[in-house]
Every structure is written in C-alpha cells, then in structure tokens.
Design a protein around this ligand. Structure first.
Ligand code: PEP
Length: 271
C-alpha cells in the first residue's frame, strides 16, 4: 500500500504560545487514535521547528519545514539552509508552494536547486505544483503540470525520486474556499503519476504519494481521499484549528480499511 499522508501547513500563522496549544491538542487526539498508518505532519514557522520537533518526538505527529534556502550557507541574511533544518531533527521540507512562487518569484531553476540541497541533506521533499485559474480556464492545466513537474524531476534519479512526495495544489483552490472536484483531482493525479511512470518507471510512480491541496475541509475530504490516486492532503486554513484538522484526518480514516479488512496480520506495537 502507498503511504497516506495529511499535512497541515501553518504558513505565517501562530505565535509560540498558539503553536504550543495546537500541538498539544493534536497530540492529545493522536495519542489515543488508531491512525491506521496515516501519517500526520505539521509545518510550523521556522522559530518553532525545534520546539515542535522535540515535543512530537516518538509520537504520531511529524514536523516539516515550510521552505529552505537553495544556498548551503553564507552571507544570505534571513535564509535558512537545509542543513540547519536537518540539525533540528526535522526530516521533511515543503518546496515550491504557490505562495513562494507568487510572492517570492520562485521558478524552476531555484526550486530545482532547493530540491538538490534538500536531498543532499537527507530531507524528504513535498513538492507543490498546480495551475492558476487563468491556466485552467485556458484548459492548459496539464501542460502547466507537465512543465512544473518535469522541470524539477527530470534531473533526479530513481533513488532520489523515492524521497519526493507531490502535492497538487491548484492555485485557484488555495485559500479561496473553492475546491477541485474529486474528478478534477483524480484526473490530474492520474496524469501526474503517468508522467512519473514515463520519466522513471511504473513501480517508482506507483510508490510516490500524491497529495491534494486547496480548501480541503472535513466536509470535502472523504470524497477526495476516496480517489485511487489521491494519497493524502495538504491543507492551510483547516490546519490552524485542531477540530478542523482532526475532522480532515477522521474523514481520511474512513477511507483506509482496517488491517483485518486489508487481510494484513496486525503486529504488536503497530498502528
Ligand atoms: C495551502 O496553502 O497549501 C492550502 C492548501 O491552503 P488552504 O487549505 O487554506 O486552501
């Protein structure tokens, strides 16, 4: 079975005390809940990464960074390197979020360098991609997806590809309350998996987790995650309130068969 992953991207929200409160609520929930192998990730702002990592160590919640610098080290005021992130204990980073592309002008060249730096520092990457409303209206969404994906994935080898998750986040659905339909999400995810199969091979493509992002809420999560090529979700707004985030996790759990129904043997100590 492919990994199933739910990620909460906090963006530039939550001060230290609010971060502590939200993490405590999530830990109280996950401690007693059988997550059936669903991975729960949160992406707080840089200043709280070390605290978040330490307070979730040995729990079912994992911490990821929202971005990294393409530079390894040096005179780059305000930048945070992959090595710095890795030294906090955090093992995953989001790269290519549409807000980085839009507000910071990040494009293929820079994003490729960030991915190289992440992989060289043993960080797993959640690579975000997705078309704008104008591109969707022009029916150019597949062309955009191919370019955004292939520009950064083409230079990678198969082993490196194992360290990548893809988050399809149509820009028109991020923070707008507008969600892609389950059919639109599945259609794009299938296309992305085919692109990966064409570039690498079908086995590699079958292993890559493909997450959907864009106004994911408890109300729409069940339908989206029921799609065969949707392996998880990346959310912004809903991740800022424990009950909403938990609602999305619960929706996802309804779609994951229990080990008995999957015909797997349960082993002690596993979810
Ligand atoms: C995001 O920022 O990646 C995102 C999906 O945000 P929202 O859930 O608020 O649309």
């Amino acid at each position: 079975m492919r990994r199933k992953i739910v990620v909460g991207n906090w963006k530039m929200n939550k001060n230290y005390w609010q971060a502590v409160e939200l993490i405590e609520s999530l830990l109280a929930y996950t401690e007693t809940r059988d997550l059936k192998g669903l991975e729960v990730l949160i992406a707080p702002a840089y200043p709280f990464l070390h605290y978040a990592y330490q307070s979730t160590k040995d729990t079912k919640v994992q911490v990821v960074a929202q971005d990294i610098s393409a530079y390894e080290s040096g005179a780059y005021t305000g930048e945070v390197s992959a090595d710095m992130i890795r030294s906090t204990g955090v093992q995953t980073v989001i790269i290519g979020h549409s807000e980085r592309r839009k507000y910071h002008g990040e494009g293929a060249q820079l994003l490729g360098e960030k991915i190289d730096s992440a992989l060289a520092n043993h960080l797993e990457v959640i690579y975000c991609m997705g078309e704008t409303l104008a591109a969707r209206r022009a029916k150019a969404q597949f062309e955009v997806a191919k370019k955004q994906l292939m520009d950064v994935l083409r230079p990678l080898n198969r082993d490196q590809m194992q360290q990548i998750c893809i988050a399809y986040e149509p820009v028109w659905a991020i923070g707008t309350g507008e969600t892609a339909t389950a059919e639109q999400a599945q259609e794009m995810h299938r296309y992305i998996r085919q692109l990966i199969a064409d570039r690498f091979d079908p086995e590699t493509a079958a292993r890559v987790p493909l997450l959907y992002g864009g106004s994911l809420r408890p109300e729409n999560a069940a339908l989206l995650c029921a799609q065969p090529d949707v392996d998880g979700g990346l959310m912004g707004g809903a991740a800022l309130r424990a009950e909403q985030f938990i609602g999305v996790i619960e929706a996802w759990l309804t779609q994951i068969p229990s080990p008995a129904k999957r015909g797997c043997r349960s082993s002690p100590g596993m979810d």
